[in-house]
Design a protein around this ligand. Structure first.
Ligand code: SF4
Length: 286
């Protein structure tokens, strides 16, 4: 475990009235965000920019990724009001680009895909032009579940591969690297015009050539957008940080990704899969 966090990972952010307002609204509408559940270092900034990544299907996950701060255990019933409440929040925040994610619900027959579709539809009822990005679980590889989400026509389907295949047993034990790549390919098979996005964390013990290989694999399944950020351990009980990667190295990966044909690559220590997600908006009509 490296010593203390380097300066480039220190977040200097002053809270502002928007932050409290967003927190109150989320509470009033009984909504969860991955921002809060995963203790994201950018939460202050994003809430103050009046944006958030809504986490649907409860706060409890059926999986046990060792890097993740989301609670694991006995899952909660799905809230039938959630699609409408998310849409209300999107309206109140006047969002042009919204990211919807979820815990993994392997306990549900469709993994929660139908609920994702309802959330997308409710948001589009408010305003058809809102960019809806869904950051989805792997639905255990179910094509019928994935088809339900794709049929609801989000603009971007995001699914993180999170790390390099060699590290999966220790980082994402219930996931499969191949299954995640196949999901991204299947989105394109179902709708070739739909944008896909993925993300990877660094600092878990991966080698440079392994990261480049993951970028190559993602381009093979026609992934359009990539996010690359530094892993930060939520606690001593989570996967340790093996290395703090220098910002220059992130710049190198960004260049490699762009040269490989990614239409957008965000690569820096504090980048997260939905951080400044709206920056791709200008690419979506081209
Ligand atoms: S599946 Fe997602 S929410 Fe569940 S533990 Fe893994 S990263 Fe966290």
């Amino acid at each position: 475990m490296p010593d203390k966090r380097p300066d480039w990972l220190k977040v200097k952010f002053r809270s502002d009235p928007n932050f409290e307002e967003v927190e109150k609204m989320l509470d009033r509408l009984s909504l969860n965000t991955v921002c809060a559940e995963a203790n994201c270092p950018n939460r202050m900034e994003c809430y103050s920019r009046r944006t958030a990544t809504f986490m649907i299907l409860g706060r409890i996950c059926t999986r046990n990724c060792t890097f993740c701060d989301v609670t694991k255990g006995q899952v909660q019933p799905v809230d039938p009001e959630e699609p409408l409440n998310v849409a209300r929040a999107v309206g109140e925040l006047n969002l042009n680009h919204v990211v919807i994610t979820s815990v993994t619900r392997d306990d549900l027959p469709d993994g929660g895909a139908g609920h994702f579709a309802q959330v997308i539809e409710k948001i589009k009822e408010i305003n058809e032009s809102i960019v809806v990005e869904v950051l989805i679980p792997d639905f255990m590889g179910s094509i019928s579940a994935l088809s339900e989400v794709v049929a609801a026509k989000p603009k971007i389907v995001n699914h993180n591969v999170e790390t390099v295949p060699r590290l999966y047993p220790g980082v994402r034990p219930m996931a499969s690297y191949r299954r995640s790549l196949d999901l991204l390919q299947n989105v394109k098979n179902l709708d070739s015009r739909m944008f896909t996005k993925s993300g990877i964390m660094l600092g878990l013990g991966e080698k440079k050539e392994e990261v480049v290989e993951v970028l190559r694999d993602l381009r093979k399944v026609k992934c359009d957008f990539i996010t690359i950020g530094q892993y930060l351990s939520p606690s001593k009980n989570h996967h340790p940080v093996v290395e703090y990667i220098h910002p220059d190295t992130f710049e190198e990966y960004k260049e490699i990704a762009v040269n490989m044909g990614f239409r957008y690559a965000a690569s820096a220590p504090l980048v997260r899969s939905s951080y400044h997600a709206d920056e791709v908006s200008k690419l979506l009509d081209s």
